[in-house]
Design a protein around this ligand. Structure first.
Ligand code: PMP
Ligand code: GLU
Length: 394
């Protein structure tokens, strides 16, 4: 018997979380799996943040917080937006949520009407398309290419726009490609959007600090885009706080108010102890977390050097985040150790079974030629993983 709603029956399982669960299962069976599937820093949360959480417990932070977050935290977010992004938000424009994932889900629910189109430059983060569908919207995928560093051009954006276009969602630095849009590139997209004043931009900046090439640029920094952009951010990546579940937005007042209303019926305010720890995290300058960024940069060089030596992997140089997104279509149609590889899903599964390395297939990011490899793992693990992959495909 299946009494489940069409809504859930039609929803895909998150590919990143599914692969992480599968890797966990195999590990429990005693297999020595190297997990390069989940986008999760392998560092500990910094001590100064942990201490703030302990202090919050001892100070009896145990009640419901305001639905949109403690004023102290919203104030810290406003200061952070000013300091790091030159964005000038006010208190009613900030909403704190249970992870940036909830921030994004709120945005979909409060802005999309049935049939509204949301432009998703491919590859996009795995949950965007399903969040849009869950809100009865239509994801409109725009293909990019590895040659163009997986970035959408203004011409491509303009071509994808129809009278039904409601929003464009993108992340920069991008999960899964690691691409970073420069100021000029964003301005080029903004220039197109000038002709379509009703389209809202959702700029997911959760990897802003993990940028190896340039100062991060926010779409909302352009004065003509501020009133139509939702800036999404969180502490999962920058402060190695994935499990603490705090994300936030800066948005036009009416959108922030709507997200607050949605959250008030669905979850209430985010965890109060985590919120207080994040006040401390955000009040510190980004230099406090530079050691993690430096380490990611070294790992990027290492994994690119190793992968480029494996025949059949086509890579570009990602400029941020902690992923490489190689094109593996060379292997499609080939038989490896008696197994026919028809697509990226087969290839990713093959790597799991034969190399004991967990990656994520590109299909669920909207690019069926690639796989995502996270390098949020130690240099020893990365070296061993690529060695095993090399053996499995040789
Ligand atoms: N956006 C992007 C691009 C991500 O990679 C993630 C993954 N964690 C999220 C949003 C959600 O982050 P969280 O819910 O942990 O804040
Ligand atoms: N964002 C991370 C990833 O892409 C975590 C998993 C998830 O939230 O889906 O792997």
């Amino acid at each position: 018997m299946n009494q489940l709603s069409d809504r859930i029956n039609n929803l895909s399982t998150s590919a990143t979380l599914a692969m992480a669960a599968k890797a966990r299962e195999l590990r429990q069976e005693g297999k020595d799996i190297i997990g390069l599937s989940l986008g999760e820093p392998d560092f500990n949360t910094p001590d100064f943040v942990k201490e703030a959480a302990i202090q919050a417990i001892n100070d009896n932070y145990n009640s419901y917080s305001p639905v949109d977050g403690y004023v102290e935290l919203k104030q810290a977010i406003i200061t952070k937006f000013k300091r790091d992004n030159n964005l000038h938000y006010t208190l009613p424009q900030i909403v704190v949520s249970t992870g940036a994932k909830q921030s994004l889900a709120n945005i979909a629910q409060v802005l999309i009407n049935k049939g509204d189109e949301v432009i998703l430059p491919c590859p996009y983060w795995v949950s965007y398309a399903d969040m849009v569908k869950l809100a009865d919207g239509v994801p409109v995928e725009v293909q990019t290419s590895i040659e163009n560093d997986f970035k959408i051009t203004p011409e491509q954006l303009e071509k994808a726009i129809t009278p039904k276009t409601k929003m464009i969602w993108y992340s920069s630095p991008c999960n899964p490609s690691g691409s970073v849009y420069s100021k000029n590139e964003l301005r080029g997209l903004a220039d197109v959007l000038q002709k379509y004043p009703n389209i809202i931009v959702v700029s997911d900046e959760i990897y802003e600090h993990i940028n190896f090439v340039s100062k991060h640029v926010s779409m909302a920094e352009f004065p003509d885009m501020f009133d139509r952009t939702v800036t999404v951010n969180g502490v999962s990546k920058a402060f190695a706080m994935t499990g603490w579940r705090i994300g936030y937005i800066g948005a036009p007042d009416y959108i922030a108010r709507a997200c607050n209303k949605m959250q008030g019926q669905v979850t209430s305010g985010a965890n109060c102890i985590a919120q207080m720890a994040v006040v401390t995290a955000l009040n510190e300058p980004p230099s406090r977390i530079q050691y993690m960024v430096n380490e990611f940069k070294e790992r990027r060089s290492l994994i690119l050097k190793l992968l480029n030596a494996v025949h059949g992997f086509k890579t570009n140089e990602p400029e941020g985040a902690f992923y490489v997104f190689p094109d593996v279509s060379y292997f499609f149609g080939k038989t490896l150790r008696g197994k026919l590889i028809e697509n990226a899903a087969d290839f990713s599964l093959y790597l799991l079974e034969e190399a004991l390395v967990a990656t994520v297939s590109g299909e669920s990011f909207g690019d069926p030629n690639c796989i995502r490899i996270s390098y949020a793992a130690s240099q020893e693990q990365i070296t061993e993983a690529i060695k095993r992959i090399g053996e499995a495909v040789s």
